[in-house]
Design a protein around this ligand. Structure first.
Ligand code: CA
Length: 225
């Protein structure tokens, strides 16, 4: 699940980003209205967290632009402007929820999950691959009847693999999508994480999902060994 934060206060943005990443979400941060609008049009986001007071273009204008463009990604407004008129205005413009600063991270997380659950109701909430099943909301992973306990990063990596199943993906692409790195520090850590995931996911089974393409990357597909 991919979330965009449009928030000019770097401290607040970093705090949310870190917390959501720990929960296994993939998070991108935007610090201005103009940049925010550009990124919103990328419809691969599952949720947008939007501040109202931003440089260049304010949050309400962003929301109007996004909705007028027919983009129905859920939007959670997060702002210090908490009076009733502001809230009504935000919701009338097309926001799905409204949270006033200062806020508790736990409440933000609960609202994020509720919005995702609601918006995915008629859409995809599970990924299936062979005997593997992933609940995209609770991030519960099972293979056959067995629960597989993953760390947040291992989970993000697995989700990325399954979304790109049967396709060769190189390590740089993985690093960029799962870790959001602009890549210049080697791919060693990708290998480390892939091996950890492999131990939890494949080690006990005849059918292996993660295949290494030597010198390049990986492909996620069913292979009997
Ligand atoms: Ca602000």
């Amino acid at each position: 699940m991919k979330i965009l934060i449009i928030e000019d206060e770097k401290k607040v943005s970093d705090f949310i980003k870190k917390g959501l990443e720990y929960e296994g979400f993939i998070v991108e941060a935007s610090y201005s209205g103009k940049d925010g609008i550009n990124r919103c049009t990328d419809t691969s986001f599952d949720l947008i967290i939007l501040d109202l007071m931003l440089p260049e273009i304010d949050g309400i204008s962003i929301l109007k632009t996004v909705r007028n463009a027919g983009i129905d990604t859920p939007v959670l407004i997060l702002t210090a402007k908490g009076n009733i008129q502001d809230r009504i205005n935000g919701l009338n413009t097309g926001a799905d929820d409204y949270l006033v600063k200062p806020f508790a991270f736990e409440e933000l997380l609960a609202r994020v999950r509720a919005l995702l659950r609601r918006s995915k109701k008629d859409k995809q909430t599970h990924l299936k691959f062979d005997d593997l099943s992933i609940d995209l909301i609770t991030r519960k992973v099972t293979r056959g009847e067995k629960n597989i306990e993953l760390t947040p990063k291992e989970y993000s990596l697995l989700e990325f693999f399954v979304m790109n199943k049967n396709r060769v993906i190189n390590k740089i692409t993985i690093a960029e999508h799962v870790w959001n790195y602009n890549f210049d520090r080697g791919t060693n850590f990708v290998e480390v994480y892939v091996n950890r995931l492999r131990n939890k996911l494949d080690a006990d089974y005849d059918k292996k999902f993660i295949q290494t393409i030597r010198g390049y990357g990986y492909i996620f597909r069913t292979e009997k060994k």
